[in-house]
Each structure stands twice: as C-alpha cells, then as structure tokens.
Design a binder for this molecule. Sequence first.
Ligand code: SF4
Length: 238
Amino acid sequence: MTKPVTYENWTQHSNTFDHRDETKGAKTVLEWAYHSYPEDEIVYASSFGAEAIVLIDLIHQVKPDAHIVFLDTGLHFLETYEVIDRMESRFPSLRIERKQPEISLEEQAAQFGSALWKRDPNKCCELRKVIPLRETLTTKQAWISGLRREQSLTRANMEFINKDEKFKNIKICPLIHWSWEDVWSYIRIKDLPYNRLHDQQYPSIGCFPCTQPVVAAGDSRAGRWAGSGKTECGLHTR
Ligand code: SF4
C-alpha cells in the first residue's frame, strides 16, 4: 500500500493519471485509490443516478466489497429505492449503507415547520444530507464522488484528486472526463440497471420535492431546485 494523500499532506496527484484509456482514467484512479487507502478509510457517497451506476460497476471490478453510502433523506423517489435494490441484487458483495439523518421528517417539521425544502432548501439539505455525510466522513481519509466536469459550471474545474476543504479530507472524482453520452453508452453495453426516471426526462435525480423533469437540452442539473437559484445540495461547496 502506497502512502496515501491526505488533507494534511496534500499535494496534487491528478496529473499522474492518463485519461486516454477506455474508461478515461476512471479505473486507474479507482485502482490507485483502493490501493492507497485502507478499506475503512475510503467510501463512495452515491446518489444512484446514472453516473453512480457506471462508477459502482467500475468500483466492483476493483474492490468487490467496497463500502458505498447512500444519503437516504427519506424524500427520494420510489424509483430511486427500486434501483438501489436492483444494484444490491446485481452486486451482492458490495456493502451498500443507507444512511439516514438523525432528525426524522416529523421532528424536522415540528422544529422548522412543514416543507422546509420550499422555504429554506439549504437548511433542509444541511440537515438531511450534509450532516449525515459529515458523520460518515469523520472516520475517512477519502471519499469518492461521481462528479463530471461537463455537468455544470460549478463542476468544470474538478480534478481526479481534490483537497476537500468542507470535509477536511480527499475527494476522488474518477469520472471527470466522461460525457453524458459516455455514461449511457457504458450502461447500455453492460446492460446495467438504472433509475427509470431517466427515461422520463430526469437527467439528474435527487429528492422528489426538489427535482423536476428537464424539457430543454442544456444543463443536465437544471431540474434540481429549479427556479430557486440553488444548484448544489452543499456536499460539493465549501
Ligand atoms: S434536495 Fe430538497 S428535500 Fe432533499 S434534502 Fe435538499 S432541500 Fe431537502
């Protein structure tokens, strides 16, 4: 095992990976990651969107019993829970954890009022996503994310290996060079399960109160928190 890159001894490693292979560097980065960090020090935080399906298949090739965490806000579409079940059946050796917030939806409504996502989505995401992920990452040196550069302007500068100032660890993004077409080509060739909402004009799928179908081509994340000015749930912002 090589000495891992940590938040404390951070140096940029992304330039050492060639992205001209058939997975655009993703598999090489995953092999580096799972050889660099002890298995209880690295986790993949997965949304189970289209990118996640690709990433889980690649991770399974490198680390068949990898730890994957899904932030179960309690507000996901039934189709999302369905695809998680199907992925668990397809990859039974993976350790898929459904992490729930400490605060229940009923407690959240009692404390902050009903439908907090309409009035203060940042607070709602903090309670239901950011805090649960922080709890998971406190014991991890690194986490994996399925971000792609072309997804949005806020993701255009991501590197394979990133110093994560928010969670004070290392964020690994193996799919930064993949296009939307690359993702779907891989899913079809490998005949992988995917969220059926992708066939109904939902390119990016989060909680049901904050996700709408996208009619016009363009920003694949345009259906998330549409009309609110919010573009990220807070996991990938400082
Ligand atoms: S995406 Fe919406 S419902 Fe889900 S945690 Fe964030 S604000 Fe709440």
